[in-house]
Ligand binder design. Structure first.
Ligand code: GLU
Length: 327
């Protein structure tokens, strides 16, 4: 009898303990994922924030906690996702293409076979910002000037090199090329320490606002000699920078250039259910998501499935099929 009472007590205690431990058990199941973005005055950083905000709202349901990291940009993000340091990255569509095929920065390492696409986001345009007093009105005027082409690890570095090359300019010989992060470039331009900088970014962006709002007058330089570029590279498309976002610039009209798309990528190693949850929440809250940044104004659900080169992650694919967005 005594034994029975004792064992009943033991069971009760066990139940109580288990109940008491429940929060710990749930916490242990929380999975932390991090999105690699770019400089904090770019559009990737708030984009990482927007995606996190949407998914973290359902933390109790999915047990996923998403955070954002400021990084050196696209190339850094691909490599960090491939090494497993980050679960997600925002990456230019041209960089996704190159990483998947083993081109540009990935020529020696070869194709990044574990790279997976999730969706594409806002358009980004190659933006050349130059000081008026340096007399730069066309890309050809960059000869002999001090120009920031972008840090290694950024998406824009190769875009700058391609744009210069299309204008017959060798970045190693014909200009003084700086390779600092985009977040530092507006300050350097305003301080007179560089004459111009390239940044591949969505609009409006904090960095371009900062560069155009200072005492030194600046112009966003049209990039119009791009036919050969468009013919040579499948990932470039003509683009226009709306000047309404930058009233401080000397330009009076929208600026023609070329561009790519921001895309959201991950690794094949990240679990399907995490991808399903994130994709579903972004797409099911599409209108709310779109309101989180003015650069998303042009987004459509269909458009978000274009511009992807790596295979779509199966977890994301499950949602697209369910939602009838893909077959
Ligand atoms: N396109 C840039 C890059 O890949 C980043 C732009 C941004 O942070 O918005 O490095």
């Amino acid at each position: 009898m005594r034994r029975t009472i004792l064992s009943v007590l033991a069971v009760c205690l066990g139940v109580l303990l288990a109940a008491g431990m429940e929060p710990t058990a749930v916490q242990a199941k929380t999975r932390y994922v991090t999105i690699g973005t770019g400089g904090i005055t770019g559009v990737y950083y708030p984009t990482g924030g927007a995606i996190s905000k949407i998914i973290n709202k359902k933390r109790k349901e999915y047990g996923i906690r998403c955070t954002v990291e400021s990084t050196g940009g696209s190339v850094f993000n691909v490599n960090a996702v491939m090494s497993g340091d980050l679960e997600f990255g925002i990456v230019q569509s041209d960089r996704q293409y190159q990483a998947w095929k083993g081109l540009a920065e990935w020529k020696e390492k070869g194709p990044q076979k574990e790279l997976r696409a999730v969706f594409s986001i806002h358009p980004e345009s190659v933006t050349l910002v130059a000081a008026e007093d340096a007399g730069i009105k066309t890309i050809e005027d960059l000869r002999g000037k001090r120009v920031n082409i972008g840090n290694p690890g950024s998406g824009q570095r190769q875009n700058s090199i391609d744009a210069l090359e299309a204008a017959g300019i060798d970045y190693r010989k014909d200009i003084i090329a700086e390779q600092v992060k985009a977040a530092e470039a507006p300050g350097l331009l305003q301080d007179g320490r560089i004459d111009a900088f390239f940044y591949t970014v969505g609009h409006p962006s904090g960095a371009i606002k900062e560069a155009t709002a200072g005492r030194r007058k600046v112009r966003i330089v049209p990039l119009t000699t791009i036919d050969a570029l468009l013919a040579k590279y499948p990932y470039y498309a003509p683009a226009t920078i709306p000047i309404k976002f930058y009233p401080g610039a000397v330009n009076t009209q929208d600026v023609p250039t070329f561009g790519v798309k921001a895309t959201f990528v991950t690794s094949a190693k990240v679990p399907d259910d995490v991808l399903y949850a994130i994709t579903k929440e972004v797409f099911e809250n599409f209108d709310r998501f779109k309101r989180l940044h003015p650069a998303y104004e042009v987004l459509t659900k269909k458009g978000m499935l274009q511009g992807l080169s790596a295979p779509i992650h199966p977890g994301a694919m499950r949602y697209y099929r369910e939602a009838g967005l893909m077959k």
